[in-house]
Ligand binder design. Structure first.
Ligand code: TXA
Ligand code: MG
Length: 324
């Protein structure tokens, strides 16, 4: 199979491919998703196969609006209304009791379903053209950094999916924040593109993912977001020393450190200003993929402050380094 490159004018064709049981990668505001008809068990099975995804890791269902998302659930608490009104369309995924229409395959057998309304014009156009929910994990091969461009999608999935809808680079750069609304208080399952602080201003204090319980978000137990090249995450203040010890290493640094470190043998990429977590989130995955392609034997990454989107950036970096 050759993967077709589609543009914004091809949304009707992309919807037709989905209707026929095919897979289409498409841009969301966070990262590119690997889409299939969300109510079709066979399409879900094809998504797992194309990604090489473990069968126990459920998919997010994307809907055009909150009402369509609600129909995929069995129970819709007041908190869901509040969060949907405040943050949808946007980088927030809600985990709720699953309605019977949702195939087992999508939910990986769980009694819950993850739903979100994405804030990208092409994603919304595709959902409206299809008139059904779209199941979409990030459009990377399992374990790799998520794709933030159509080129990244092709790098991982060429020949494994029918088409990719190119909408240019994504704006947020890290995946959606995932919140479990089936427990009191709601539990933060994944740090992401909606900052915890912003979310808690509406949801109240959240229980954090390291609650000592069995893994509630199955995806978070795997090594993830990882380049093929070994990656070392420098502890705060240690990046210069680590780079001096590994002169051939590729470096991913804040703009301030790029200047401080000066010329070096290995390739250097910028994460953005130290105080700009949104810029860091946007740059992160593309930079990791680029440094992976550079052929350097090691990638050294600077730690960034853990506030706002910096929490998601550090979460992804720890997992890329093989730590949980
Ligand atoms: O921004 C995003 O969320 C992107 C775009 C494409 O929407 N999608 C994405 O999907 O990141 P994926 O499959 O790469 O990550 C989904 C996460 C996984 O950690 C998965 O385990 C969790 O959501 N998840 C899905 N359904 C769940 C459920 N019923 N209960 C708990 N966690 C769930
Ligand atoms: Mg993913």
């Amino acid at each position: 199979m050759k993967t077709q490159r589609l543009g914004p004018a091809d949304v009707p064709l992309a919807a037709a491919i989905l209707r026929g049981g095919g897979l289409v990668a498409f841009p969301t505001e966070t990262v590119y998703g690997l889409g299939g008809d969300g109510l079709d068990a066979a399409a879900a099975r094809r998504i797992f196969l194309a990604k090489g995804r473990p069968a126990d890791n459920p998919l997010i269902l994307h809907a055009a609006d909150a009402l369509s998302a609600r129909r995929l659930t069995r129970d819709w608490p007041k908190a869901a209304d509040r969060l949907a009104a405040a943050f949808w369309p946007g980088p927030l995924t809600l985990v709720l009791p699953r309605a019977a229409v949702v195939p087992d395959e999508v939910a990986a057998g769980l009694d819950t379903v993850a739903v979100r309304v994405p804030a990208h014009p092409l994603a919304l156009a595709l959902l409206l053209a299809l008139g059904r929910p779209v199941a979409a994990p990030s459009a990377n091969r399992s374990g790799r950094p998520s794709p933030t461009t159509a080129g990244d999608v092709v790098e991982d999935l060429e020949g494994r999916i029918e088409a990719v809808l190119d909408g240019g680079p994504t704006g947020v750069g890290v995946e959606s924040t995932v919140v479990d609304l089936t427990v009191r208080p709601p539990r933060l399952l994944r740090q992401g593109g909606l900052a915890q602080e912003t979310l808690e201003a509406v949801a109240g204090p959240l229980a954090d993912p390291s609650g000592g319980e069995p893994v509630r978000s199955p995806g978070m137990k795997y090594r993830h977001y990882a380049p093929r090249t070994p990656l070392l995450l420098a502890a705060d203040g240690q990046v210069a020393a680590l780079l001096a010890a590994h002169p051939e290493a590729a470096a991913l640094l804040t703009d301030e450190s790029v200047l401080a470190v000066g010329r070096r043998a290995g390739p250097v990429r910028r994460l953005g200003p130290r105080g700009d977590a949104a810029a860091q989130a946007r740059a992160l995955f593309a930079a990791l993929r680029e440094l992976d392609r550079s052929g350097a034997p090691l990638i050294v990454v600077e730690s960034v402050p853990e506030a706002g989107l910096g929490r998601a950036v550090m979460d992804r970096l720890r997992r890329a380094a093989g730590k949980r």
